[in-house]
Design a protein around this ligand. Structure first.
Ligand code: HEC
Length: 127
């Protein structure tokens, strides 16, 4: 029980965090913690369980990392990543591209998705 209420407190603190700074600010960086177990953002960083995401905005799905073993589903999808497609993907990857190998349940809060996408955009902008 103690554990559960600690968890709820943590969740409340998280969801009450201020969002909507132009570049995603702290909320974006914090949401990124859920992605970085599997992804890197820096130009020279390697792929992990998921592909490096440098320059993802404007790119066609499964097109940037020739050595990464993308799923057939992602390769076939024809999706081009922009703020709108990323938003839907982060909300529910499996619904957007059934059969994807990205094992991520989704981020339901639209404000946190927006902050996260702004964070990714500023961190991965090609030079
Ligand atoms: C458990 C590991 C894991 C987590 C957590 C994860 N991803 Fe992924 N991600 C993957 C894998 C694996 C793929 C490749 C999917 C495929 O080939 O179907 C992928 C693919 C992607 C792609 C498409 C890349 C491309 O080149 O087309 C984007 C964008 C992406 N992830 C963003 C995110 C974001 C943002 C988060 C955090 C909210 C996240 N991922 C969390 C493993 C993960």
């Amino acid at each position: 029980m103690k554990c559960l209420s600690m968890g709820l407190l943590w969740f409340a603190a998280w969801s009450a965090a201020p969002v909507a700074l132009a570049d995603g600010g702290d909320a974006g960086a914090r949401a990124w913690l859920q992605c970085r177990a599997c992804h890197t953002l820096g130009a020279a960083e390697p792929d992990k369980v998921g592909p490096n995401l440098h320059g993802i905005l404007g790119a066609r799905a499964a097109s940037r990392r020739p050595d990464f073993a993308y799923s057939p589903a992602l390769k076939r999808s024809g999706v081009v990543w922009n703020e709108e497609t990323l938003d839907r993907w982060i909300e529910n990857p499996e619904e957007v591209i059934p059969g994807t190998r990205m094992a991520y349940a989704g981020l339901s809060d639209p404000e946190r998705r927006r902050a996260l996408i702004a964070f990714i955009a500023s961190a991965t902008r090609p030079e």
